[in-house]
Design a protein around this ligand. Sequence first.
Ligand code: AMP
Ligand code: MG
Length: 408
Amino acid sequence: MRNHDAAAGPMGLEEAVKLLKRETLPLGRVQSVPLPEALGRTLAERVFATHDQPPFPRSPLDGYAVIGEDTDGAAAESPVTLKVIAEVDAGDVFADTLQPGEAVRIMTGAPVPNGANAVIRQENTDYGEDQVRLYRSVRPWQNYVFQGEDYKEGHLLVRPGACLDASTIAVLASLGLESVTVVQRPRALVISTGSELQHPGEPLKPGRIYDSNLFMLQAQLKDWGVDVAEAICCQDDPALVEDYIRSRQEEVDLIFTTGGVSVGKRDIMHEVFRDLKVEKMIGGLAIKPGSAVLCGKYRGKWLLALSGNPYASFVGLQLLARPILCGLTGNDALKMVYVNAALADSYDKASPLRRFVRAYLQEGLVYLEGHTGGNGDVASGLHINALLDIPAGTKAMEAGSRASVWLL
Ligand code: AMP
Ligand code: MG
């Protein structure tokens, strides 16, 4: 059941996130992409190992494959001598079986010959070619990489929802896959509203500011794997915004706006929600910044109307769009990650409401200096990698106090 009562007043963040998750269904559209183009995409299939890795017992170093027991007692003063019967390079295979008293010169990555159960590092030998003197012993299975030690055939290696980063792509490549099934990118419409907003490239007119939210939103959404179908900057005219939303909604999966959500005369998004009969589910959040926010569904698609204040729109996007996009795509990488860390700087304001402060986390310390500007500031958002999450009712915080930090 939808909580329409909650839409009337500010909602707690946890409740809002729960609601967004509950009301978001997976898009369910998938596509196949070649591995070199899979970076950042969300896996849509289960990937099982189709062979053992490594597919054969392997030498982890350059040396001599031996029978470990043959080397017992070998030392600098009492070397053991073995007969070198062959050499096997990476990519080669030694077809025979090693017998007691024998060694095979072997390179890193080459299959350990049958009969051998260890590899002695070449630095512990005289590098002999027909015969080799060993100055150290090796135990059976020492320097021996077992077949399937990395992964075994049939093993579930990667689950749907995995973000295809370099390490995951390496695993898929090790299976010999050429392409992979990923979730299609959700498509978004982005609209910034404000009659004071000016396009880039034009000289700034009196009373105007350049539109930064439109570009922040596009960049962030793109970074999260969203295809921004269209980004429009719009005057404070509800009819215009309504027209854009009505005419473009069919091509997209979700809609973002910024500006016009608080209580001024020109806060047009309330009117837009009314006129378009948007099913409003969130009518404000009990957080700072970003308390002024409207969120609902228009023709079954999320419409998230964020504040125009640059930092408030950033926070709103982080907190509300991530759970929606997680639900639409299953992308695990969009889940917020918390860490506990100590403040490097004090934070002097009291926080009657739960508050998010721009921060830079490094080596367990949370730096706030340079980031504590107002909600209308953009430059305070330079060089941040985290948001300090201050619980409601917290007084000023001293440097050294422990705090919860969300990694961006
Ligand atoms: P609003 O939410 O429309 O009341 O706007 C709040 C503040 O954010 C005002 O100072 C606006 O000028 C500013 N603002 C609104 N939209 C943008 C935008 N797209 N880029 C930068 N600043 C904005
Ligand atoms: Mg405005």
